[in-house]
Ligand binder design. Structure first.
Ligand SMILES: [Zn+2]
Length: 433
């Protein structure tokens, strides 16, 4: 499944790779004595692309599983993102805490088939913090956009006297990003994130300017950002101004950074909204006959038109999302939004080889009947068998390569212990209250 309409899909096919690059995609490619990966029984597709992730928060995973953004005056929101993550934990991070959280969170997503990330690393208390974040992105061995953003919490508190944001961007660019031919590059804003609660005028300007939007479906639903604005984007989309989001995991303090979850939640949320709009429409339930009198057609062939009790969608309601739609959001749209679509996002000759092999013979998937459906509706991390980034195998037969995970996990736990102690927050395994 190439995710490139000009390349297409193949029930049986080959992907020819030389060095970093994809040379060919199609049936029966001949490649002399090239080494071969037997992908029979696997779905071969481009890696997923996460366009907004705060990887420095990995040490705080699930701390805020019940949380919202800001205190609203009720006890249930006393533990909230602003007060705890930004104002309590983030300011006590040392450079080594930044490094291990960035590395561990990145490796975890690589294991999940997410081959590219935009790391929105708002933890630049000092140049050493910035360098630790960037070093970890390089050491992860996946494609990354280093997003250089302000340390919100520490800046409000004034607890980061070594702060060099934003002028340190010049040194960072020179020191780390002088070449464009590397896996990690730097960006400072080109992309709108969340966009919940925006005015009509702001939406209009965003679309007309051709700006990009990243939606964090599970986080926005859980943390009270507002309704993920997918239906809004769809209703504004025109052939001249196509308007589609990419997907972002945002924070693992509240939700998983797994991409199968992202795709499923995106699709389920949109379909819940659109299906209810159709059922509530003027030609919806008002003519509903008594169900005892429903006359079902004898065969599909004799159906004269829509069933009387099943409303026809009125004009203007967007179509329900398909598995193919959310796969596009999760791959090529992410590449476009990060300015990387010449390098990644689809299996296209000339692009770099960011490829995942998903096990379609596994107990939760077989028998394989429909490829986009199997990936989006059935699969999870256990199906990610092999992960290749720029032609280099990073996960092979279910195991990440070149990493000592127990060692890194112990480092992350030690970092977590330091962060909680320095922030004077007691560790409580069974509650964040
Ligand atoms: Zn965010």
């Amino acid at each position: 499944m190439s995710m490139d309409p000009h390349v297409g899909d193949f029930a049986k096919g080959d992907v020819l790779i030389e060095g970093k690059k994809i040379l060919g995609v199609g049936p029966n490619l001949h490649a002399g004595d090239a080494a071969e990966i037997d992908a029979r029984g696997k779905i071969v597709m481009p890696g997923f692309i996460d366009t907004h992730h705060h990887q420095f928060e990995t040490a705080l995973r699930s701390f805020l599983a019940d949380g919202v953004l800001i205190f609203d005056g009720t006890p249930s929101t006393a533990i909230n993102y602003f007060q705890y993550i930004l104002l309590t934990f983030a300011p006590v991070y040392r450079p080594e805490d930044v490094y291990i959280s960035e590395l561990f969170g990145g490796l975890a997503q690589l294991d999940d088939g997410v081959t590219t990330v935009h790391d929105v690393s708002q933890i630049h208390h000092s140049p050493e913090h910035s360098d630790a974040a960037i070093q970890a992105l390089f050491d992860t061995g996946r494609r990354a956009a280093f997003g250089y953003f302000e340390s919100a919490g520490a800046n409000i508190l004034g607890t980061n006297p070594g702060n060099q944001y934003p002028q340190d961007a010049i040194r960072i660019k020179r020191q780390w990003f002088s070449s464009s031919d590397q896996l990690v590059h730097m960006i400072m804003g080109n992309l709108f994130i969340h966009m919940t609660g925006m005015s009509d005028a702001a939406w209009q300007r965003t679309r007309d300017a051709g700006a990009q939007v990243s939606i964090a479906f599970p986080i926005e639903m859980n943390m009270r950002h507002g309704m993920p604005p997918i239906v809004r984007m769809q209703s504004m989309s025109t052939p001249q101004h196509p308007f589609e989001p990419s997907l972002s995991t945002d924070v693992e303090v509240t939700m998983t950074a797994d991409f199968f979850t992202q795709m499923r939640v995106a699709m389920n949320l949109q379909r819940a909204v659109v299906n209810q709009m159709i059922l509530d429409s003027p030609n919806g339930n008002q003519n509903l006959p008594d169900p005892r009198n429903w006359e079902l057609p004898q065969t599909a062939v004799t159906v004269p038109g829509p069933f009387p009790y099943w409303p026809t969608p009125p004009a203007g309601i967007p179509a329900p999302l398909t598995t193919r739609d959310v796969l596009r959001y999760a791959t090529i749209n992410g590449a476009k939004d990060l300015g990387l679509d010449r390098k990644t996002g689809s299996l296209t000759p000339g692009k770099e080889a960011d490829i995942i092999l998903l096990n379609a013979e596994a107990i939760n998937v077989a028998p394989l009947n429909q490829v986009p459906g199997a990936v989006v509706s059935l699969m999870d991390r256990t199906n990610v068998e092999t992960v290749i980034v720029a032609g280099k195998v990073r996960k092979w037969k279910g195991k990440l390569l070149d990493v000592d995970l127990p060692h890194l996990r112990r480092q992350l736990e030690a970092s977590r212990d330091h962060i909680f102690a320095a922030a004077h927050v007691p560790q409580n395994l069974f509650s964040s209250q």
